[in-house]
Design a protein. Structure first.
Length: 131
């Protein structure tokens, strides 16, 4: 049997690149100054957005949580943060489908908690080396 789409996205997210720098660089014409500036801004906003989504989810404010995960998914897609994009998209889909069980959310939130610091470290490495 085919798994539900939300589960399929989550599994794919585990194998996705944390950050596809080459695609993002190509999109911006190879200008590393702009790439670094956008990535610095992005990671700050992504962490705040996730914190807001997480808090809203914990408080059962699912509309706010869904909106924050939607915003996070979109900003991740824009900078080619593929793994976090898929996790945020999956979170949004679970909320749209009104799935709130700990069994479904616990591994997803753990994956995001693990992915964000890796993404921050990768961005820091890029912005400090400028390549």
């Amino acid at each position: 049997a085919e798994p539900p789409q939300a589960e399929r996205v989550f599994v794919e997210g585990d194998d996705a690149m944390v950050l596809d720098l080459e695609s993002f660089k190509h999109l911006l014409g190879g200008d590393m100054e702009i790439v670094c500036s956008i990535l610095d801004e992005f990671i700050e906003c992504a962490e705040i957005c996730y914190a807001e989504a997480y808090t809203a989810f914990q408080q059962a404010d699912y509309d706010v949580a869904r909106a924050r995960f939607h915003k996070l998914a979109g900003s991740c897609a824009a900078v080619f943060a593929s793994q976090l994009h898929l996790y945020a998209l999956n979170s949004e889909r679970l909320l749209v489908d009104a799935v709130y069980s700990e069994q479904r959310w616990s591994p997803l939130l753990a994956a995001i908690d693990s992915c964000l610091p890796r993404l921050r470290a990768e961005i820091k490495q890029i912005t400090t080396s400028g390549s």
